[in-house]
Design a protein around this ligand. Sequence first.
Ligand code: UTP
Length: 297
Amino acid sequence: MTFQITKAVIPAAGLGTRFLPATKAMPKEMLPVVDKPAIQYVVEEAVAAGLHDVLMITGRNKNALENHFDRVGELEATLEKKGDTDKLRKVNYSTELADMHYVRQGDPLGLGHAVLRAKMHVGREPFAVLLGDDLIDERDQLLTCMIEEQGKRNASIVALMEVDPEVAHMYGVATFEETDDPNVVRITGLVEKPAKGTAPSNLAIIGRYILRPEVFDVLEHTQPGKGGEIQLTDALEKMAAAPEWTGGVYGFIFRGRRYDTGDRLDYIKAIVQLAVDRDDLGPQLRPWLKEFASDLD
Ligand code: UTP
């Protein structure tokens, strides 16, 4: 039986230690990328793929995430009084974007544990997972293709990207078999953050997944793995090994633009790349950037 996918789960309960001290009292997902918090791009991506029911997994210190998608009466009234419709539209946009739901993770025991918190809300249907600090450029298609692939194969689908072997130890890395589609591989094994130089391939998992609900059954029995955390990668590896009842796991190879805003360098790159292409900022930023770069040597 195939289901239409309508639900997106966005884990955003991690501690964001790579961004301290900025993330001491503020979620990393609220860091602005140009003029929108990172999390808004992620919710917009889910909605653009037709997923209007969004469950965010949050934690302590994460109230700003809920506030961002809620009304803010005083600000709205002030802008209305001033007749500043442009800013009012920007404020209201995130409020009306999706049907938002929240659940707290309690302790951040790992991404797998965070996803398991979605069990009650999701029920027994396939659903999407979008990591709250991972941005996919809206000009590049990913989620819609993954949803289509899930419908075709009735399996779980993870997004993969070719990475430099030098950085493979920072990701979950796949072993795979090719399929008749050059963009799709069948996953035969996964290893979370392999030791440097031991990655089985250069195809790494990035923060987009379409999962069958059997993932909850597996996560319930998944023990803490790398870093003492309950790893989603470990659960997916078990699913890949038991296609009879899980449908197996396939990888969709993404060749577009992706920014890990939880990483400081990638965050800076994301802001520059998105800003240079904006009509309101690009024309001034581009010549400045060229001059700045030419002075660097
Ligand atoms: P990260 O690996 O980026 O971890 O998590 P982190 O703790 O947020 O960041 P650092 O490494 O300390 O800087 C990947 C995604 O999984 C979520 C995070 O919010 C992020 O979107 N996550 C991670 C949870 O929701 N809960 C967890 O227990 C762990």
